[in-house]
Design a protein around this ligand. Structure first.
Ligand code: NAD
Length: 276
């Protein structure tokens, strides 16, 4: 067998799967869109920032061959608005005929988010609307789409939570933490409810990652070092390291994994750390 034949026969881990990724315009979502496309997925890159979603599609078109280029779509969506999420899934079904993977990844962390006394109700509502209600809407319309597939084919949902959904943060961001804890609880219950429909649902729980969401907030060396002391691995994570974990959860390699909190956190949640 020639090398060319061998290469041709190598299958991507998501060959022919249709995947929606929300928050695809930046950070974890951006890297996931590139990686999922590399592995053969048809990617719908969705973001509230349409230009950012288009940029990831352009990047995929630059990097990968024609068949991948034809099968990539940028969509504008605000995940906190139910009609927009419904339309996103509807447009995906119209364009590509099915949905196999829903990566509910879009999220915000507002600088005004603080402790119980300092957090305004408006900050609470905005955070919960995007981080929790947006994930619920994504799950709702994905499950509806999965149910339309023949032979109980099901699908995969990955919801991005955070390590702060599992442990309290000493630098308070109460609305964000509450939203991520709720994403974990909701995803666990959904996983149990829909397991017999061949639908797998897991949360991705990143540690602190070098993306605009966190780095805009940790804007001094002092703030960065306050976090680094808690990280056994000694550095912030890279977005592509989350994308690799999302790829695993999305693929058939994870066929017996549902209802988990998949921690990709450099050992953070395993550590008992005391300042030097
Ligand atoms: P990011 O800010 O780099 O990217 C988030 C993307 O989501 C942006 O492109 C933004 O435009 C989009 N977005 C925001 N609100 C939206 C909405 N209402 N509808 C659609 N799109 C919207 O952030 P990131 O670090 O890549 O974060 C991705 C996910 O990972 C988030 O859910 C975040 O809470 C979570 N997370 C991040 C970290 C970290 O350290 N960066 C840690 C734990 C969890």
């Amino acid at each position: 067998m020639s090398i060319a034949q061998v290469v041709k026969d190598i299958k991507g881990r998501l060959d022919g799967k249709v995947a929606i990724i929300t928050g695809a315009g930046s950070g974890i979502g951006f890297e996931s869109a590139i990686l999922f496309a590399r592995e053969g997925a048809i990617v719908v890159a969705a973001d509230i920032d349409f230009q950012a979603a288009e940029a990831v599609v352009e990047r995929i078109k630059e990097k990968y061959p024609l068949h991948v280029r034809k099968h990539t779509l940028a969509c504008k969506v605000d995940v906190s608005i139910e009609e927009e999420v419904k339309k996103l899934v509807g447009d995906t079904l119209k364009e590509f005929g099915k949905l196999d993977i829903m990566f509910n990844n879009a999220g915000i962390m507002l600088p005004e988010d603080g402790d119980a006394l300092s957090t305004d109700e408006a900050v609470w509502d905005a955070t919960l609307n995007t981080n929790l209600k947006g994930v619920w809407f994504g799950c709702k319309y994905a499950i509806e789409a999965f149910r339309r597939k023949p032979n109980n084919a099901g699908g995969v949902i990955i919801n991005t939570a955070s390590f702060v959904g599992l442990m309290g943060s000493a630098t308070p961001q109460l609305a964000y933490t509450a939203s991520k804890g709720a994403v974990i609880a909701m995803s666990r219950e959904l996983a149990v409810t829909h397991a017999r429909e061949n639908i797998r649902i897991n949360t991705l729980c990143p540690g602190p990652i070098r993306t605009p969401l966190l780095m805009n907030y940790l804007d001094t060396e002092e703030k960065k070092n306050r976090r680094l002391v808690h990280l056994p691995i000694g550095r912030f994570g890279e977005p592509v390291e989350q994308a690799q974990a999302a790829l695993f959860l999305a693929s058939d390699d994870a066929s017996y994994i549902t209802g988990t909190e998949f921690k990709v956190d450099g050992g953070l949640t395993a550590a008992y750390v005391t300042p030097e």
